[in-house]
Ligand binder design. Structure first.
Ligand SMILES: C[S@@+](CC[C@H](N)C(=O)[O-])C[C@H]1O[C@@H](n2cnc3c(N)ncnc32)[C@H](O)[C@@H]1O
Length: 275
């Protein structure tokens, strides 16, 4: 396997097929990443070259293998209450919005579910303290089937909940013991508020999603080139109600889109109300 070479032609074909399928953009400096992440899979499939793997991904039965390739080429890193300031902003706004309606939040690249369950912990706290009404719900989507299966299970190594307070851990999680020592499970009372589904952000939304009060699109735009970033941001923002909050990863820089937004703080925007 050491001499498996990623030829220019195979690299270009793989870049093209991943861009078409999921908007993923790999420039020349990602060549080693593509090579190193796919080499083991090619070996596992008994193929002898990157060209042969590109044939599979471009062929008529690519679907299952495309999921495997996507899983290898994307990073699903996430953890509970990542960028805690974002949750403070959400809390302030939800408190200000009061009981006007049952809140709806979309976690649009939810990975293993840490993000939607963090939002759920916050909204449940706000419900208990009478700051928001009880019918709130969270839609959590990702392109990866594998992470969604794990997210629905809601079981995590304890370290991923390092930013969760002891009090919230007690109220919203069950700690494993014996063989499950070191694992934590999110309780059903939170899980019932979160609906998981598979969604490719680079394709048109084929369901009527209604309007959300807040959308988290964090740490996924980094995969896309500039035109795709804008297209994805505008597509997602169609489903945000005017005055609603839009979160992106702070490290992802400025959001360029046609939808008018006000800046709230780094990585947080509010959709402008119609003039
Ligand atoms: C780094 S994780 C972000 C998780 C979480 N939002 C956070 O900030 O912690 C990025 C996720 O984006 C997903 N992703 C990549 N391309 C996507 C696409 N075209 N549509 C939907 N999800 C995508 C990946 O599967 C991965 O789970």
């Amino acid at each position: 396997m050491a001499d498996l070479q990623l030829t220019d032609n195979a690299f270009q074909r793989l870049v093209h097929v991943m861009y078409r399928a999921a908007g993923l953009s790999f420039s020349e400096n990602k060549r080693f990443l593509v090579q190193s992440r796919l080499a083991g899979r090619i070996q596992q499939l008994g193929l002898d070259s990157f060209e042969a793997y590109a044939d599979v991904l471009c062929g008529p039965h690519a679907h299952g293998e495309m999921q495997a390739a996507l899983d290898l080429l994307t990073t699903n890193e996430t953890y509970f209450f990542r960028e805690p300031e974002h949750f403070q902003v959400l809390e302030q706004h939800v408190t200000r919005w009061g009981h006007k309606r049952a809140l709806r939040v979309w976690s649009a690249a939810c990975s293993y579910g840490d993000e939607p369950y963090s939002i759920a912990m916050l909204l449940m706290d706000l419900q208990v303290s009478g700051k928001t009404s009880s019918g709130w719900s969270i839609v959590a989507t990702d392109i990866s089937h594998r992470v969604l299966l794990a997210a629905k299970e809601g079981i995590y190594p304890q370290d991923r909940l390092r930013a969760v307070s002891e009090d919230r851990l007690r109220r919203y999680c069950l700690r494993g013991d014996g063989q499950s020592d070191g694992l934590v499970m999110v309780q059903e009372k939170l899980r019932q508020h979160v609906q998981f589904g598979q969604l490719n952000l680079c394709q048109p939304l084929d369901t009527d999603w209604g309007l959300f009060d807040a959308i988290f699109l964090r740490n996924v735009l980094i995969y896309f080139d500039a035109p795709t970033k804008q297209e994805v941001a505008d597509r997602v923002l169609q489903t945000l109600r005017p005055g609603g909050l839009f979160f992106v990863g702070t490290a992802e820089g400025r959001v360029v889109c046609r939808t008018p937004l006000d800046v709230v703080r780094p990585g947080v925007f509010r959709k402008k109300e119609a003039a």
